[in-house]
Design a protein around this ligand. Structure first.
Ligand SMILES: NC(=O)c1ccc[n+]([C@@H]2O[C@H](COP(=O)([O-])OP(=O)(O)OC[C@H]3O[C@@H](n4cnc5c(N)ncnc54)[C@H](OP(=O)(O)O)[C@@H]3O)[C@@H](O)[C@H]2O)c1
Length: 259
């Protein structure tokens, strides 16, 4: 088969958590363009509607499911509903996560620690488990976890070590499950982004331009990532093009970890 055909996703159905905005929307767009039907999950119905309209306008087939993936129980409910309403799901991109805290460890309340671990690690485990099990039965599947370079290095301008710890654990979870599922046709890989200019980050940098300059200075390419620059990697990991790849945590950061 010609190599570009191995990137096609015709007849596949994907679910992207946090697919209504940011990196998730760009990954959903890539999968749609490659021919997959895509279910996007997020909390805000308005954002979901806008994203479905945008993806459909590009010729894709997109659906939405509103859910708050703040913890494992809510993730389990969402996955059950997704399989019931949209199954079978062949490709799961566990993209929801986030920091949105800036506590020093010596001041961090236990509840805050738990909240971030649930959001970045536990709900991704639940989605991998519930969406992955039927993939194993069918003998083909792709799980892509969105980790972060914060799983490898501690952030300097931002604290909140629960985020870094959760993303490091998500990377190791990816590898361990990949080993278990490798003989059964389901690959499990992770993407570890550096800093991207999502709308949320653009707003943040608008408020604190000195922070953007500070982060850019740590990136050998001298700039932050455009959200669309994650699309090719997500499509590769979602498709037959990556058939011999599992348990990889692929860094995409403009060279940030090189220094
Ligand atoms: N952006 C970066 O520079 C960067 C760097 C490294 C790693 N990452 C990782 O990449 C992933 C995506 O980041 P992003 O910056 O694109 O995220 P984002 O802009 O904060 O959010 C993107 C999506 O997640 C949804 N979402 C957020 N919280 C949710 C929840 N509790 N339940 C369900 N949906 C939720 C949002 O929709 P609603 O708000 O409507 O729910 C939206 O669709 C995260 O795991 C993040 O840790 C990002």
């Amino acid at each position: 088969m010609p190599v570009l055909d191995r990137f096609r996703l015709d007849g596949r159905r994907a679910l992207v958590t946090g697919g209504s905005r940011g990196l998730g929307l760009e990954m959903a767009r890539a999968l749609c363009e490659a021919g997959a039907e895509v279910v996007i999950v997020g909390r805000d119905e308005g954002h979901l509607d806008d994203a479905v309209e945008e993806l459909s306008a590009g010729g894709g087939r997109a659906f939405s499911l509103a859910a708050d993936l703040a913890d494992g129980d809510e993730a389990a409910r969402m996955c059950a509903l997704a399989l019931q309403s949209f199954g079978p799901i062949d490709i799961a991109i566990n993209n929801v996560g986030g920091r949105r805290i800036n506590f020093a460890t010596e001041e961090m309340p236990l509840e805050e620690w738990r909240r971030i671990v649930e959001l970045n690690l536990t709900q991704a485990f639940v989605c991998t488990k519930v969406l992955g099990a039927p993939m194993l039965e069918r003998g083909w599947g792709r799980v892509i976890n969105v980790a972060s370079i914060s799983g490898f290095v501690a952030g300097k301008p931002m604290r909140g070590r629960s985020y870094e710890t959760s993303k490091a654990a998500l990377a190791m979870f990816t590898k361990a499950v990949a080993a278990d599922w490798a003989p059964r046709g389901v690959t499990v890989n992770a993407i570890a982004p550096g800093t991207f200019l999502t709308d949320a980050n653009r707003r943040w940098f608008h408020e604190r331009p000195e922070l953007k300059t500070e982060i850019e200075a740590t990136v050998p390419m001298g700039r932050l990532g455009e959200p669309s620059e994650i699309a090719g990697l997500a499509l590769y990991l979602a498709s037959d093009a990556s058939s011999y790849m599992t348990g990889s945590v692929v860094v995409i950061d403009g060279g940030r970890l090189l220094w």
